[in-house]
Design a binder for this molecule. Sequence first.
Ligand code: GAL
Length: 696
Amino acid sequence: MNGDERYAIPRLPALGFGGDWNPEQWEPSVWAEDLRLMVEAHVNLVTVGVFSWAFLEPAPGRYEFGWLDTVLDACLAAGVRVDLATATASPPPWLGHLWPESLPVTDQGVRLAYGARQQYCPSSPIYRDKALALADRISHRYADHDAVVMWHVGNEYGAHTPACWCDTSAEAFRDWLVKRYGSLDVLNDSWATAFWSQRFSDWAEVIPPRRTPYFPNPTQQLDFKRFSSDAMLDLFRAERDVIRGHSAPDKPITTNFMRFFPHADYWAWAAAEDLVSDDWYPDLADSSSHVEGAAGADLMRSLGDGRPWLLMEQAVSAINWRSVNPPKSGGEYRRWSLQQVARGADAVLHFQWRAAVGGAEKWHSAMLPHAGPRTRTWRSVVALGAELESLDSLAGARTHADVGIVLDWNSWWALELDSRPSTGLSLVSIIRQWYEPLWARGYAIDFVHPESDLSRYPLVLVPQLYLSTDAAAQSVIDAAAAGSTVVVGYFSGAVDESDHVRLGGYPAPWQDLLGLWVEEYRPLLPGQSVDLIAHEGTGLSGALKGREWTEHVHATDADVVLSYVGGDLDGAPAVTRRRLPGIGEGTAWYISVGLEAPDLGALLLDIGAASGALPILHTPPPTDVEVAVRETETERYLFLLNHGTTGQEVDISPPGPARRPSWRLLPSREQADGAVVVPAGDVVILVSNQERTSDS
Ligand code: GAL
């Protein structure tokens, strides 16, 4: 049987619905009931075996697959397909007991014990051997099983053990450094070891950044983050290659990501996967979780270069690992699930299928709660399963974005090290401040690696790129030269890839592009603010405040749009714009100050409107209404999600000169013209035959 390549999982020609199923936690007599209820809930995909190592290999080299044979055969018979795990996420006690050197060590030299999960050193040869042997057995045995439609390697790499500081890791780190630098002299230069008498005279002296009396060398720390991401990725690749040796190429291989996860460079990881998948657990204490939900989904779509991705895990209701864990309301569960679909997910999967009786996650919700099917939770699961089934024609649909937000893990790592002008700068919160107003206006937004072709976006946002390679710096310049509007945020372009300051005034790579140079970075103390004044039509007026960060900017060839008022920077430029000379060339903005959220939003919307980037709808959607679009060759789907507590009317006219699409409401297929009412907390989905609103 060959799969259908239009689908994210070619051998599952549908949107995926289901979750992690842990049959080994239950008597086999329960499995039949599980499968019967799965069918009732429209479940078509379960992830099996993520934490099954101790059951598949109860003692070193003694494998027991009988129970898994039964489970997979039963799935096939029931019509439920399987995302089969390699079971290597959590080694059994015997591994740590017999080979304690496989256990991870902290930067303070504490060896962590088994008894939880993910207790392995990513560079441990014995863990690697045992994990690959298991992945080999499993994938060899089940590659041709018709229930198995995809492969799930490990689980949330780095969630608990993103790095290890043991002697084996030190050796692996040195090998990685030898490959990166070739010689100790080059490493000494890159790590600036002339400072504080840190110069190495022998490779054996080079160690991971363990606990030190004062700041460890910053480039050593940065390289250790790069190495640790690569070490885990190397494990993923090794298992992937073992699977590829047995399995057909139309059974995709993935591992589940964790959104804006700081410890793995997901650009590199996504390139190594067949399919991006992700876990999302919104914080119910945060009333704007849905904004994070949108941004995370956009990141996943972007990591896969626009291809549909899988929501591998979410909770139906409560989780068990924050301090207080309330349930989701029924509305949130459906709305947040459909939000992920609206932004590119072709599967909605959960942790987990059946609520556990024992263990650390027994108070985590599941599709099938402790109280069984006579529950609100169960009814909302069955309803969502049916709704997704009715949306099958959406599978494979893509989203075209006019806005690209630059994101690079290397820069993120360097920005948030110690010994900076301010440790108050958080990349994720800066990105969030820039993302939110454009999201609220209903722009489709991609995240983008700085070294990729940025010129495909009319609007390129560089909220924070503290570290830029030469290629990244050039790519931003090229985008503006090709006609994009580029907006650069403060403290960007400050250092090169070794975290060395780029000399001659900041941001050295973009002084010509922006038409300015920065003499000094001047972070503000907590609670401190500066006054600003707007000079010309920017969408801003009145008394403005700057917080968190300021810079002493000299404009050489840029229009000054906002200036500082009073204090040391009185009259100096705070926000500038440079229109590049020549027809078809773009515009370059610099924002040197931490604007308050509404002012930053107004400014970015004004810049966006002038850039030619088109939002999805002509009229701004009402507050709390999220808009998203997905398109197949033949149809266009418009999602309207009301995250607020009152019903809202949404004008669904397209922007620009495009003809009005003829929208029909789903599932009724009734004609909808002009405006649509979206009740509080609800989601409305419309479909039209494909008529693009731009010639993109
Ligand atoms: C995820 C993990 C699952 C489960 C879930 C609980 O991080 O992959 O195995 O622990 O959290 O929310």
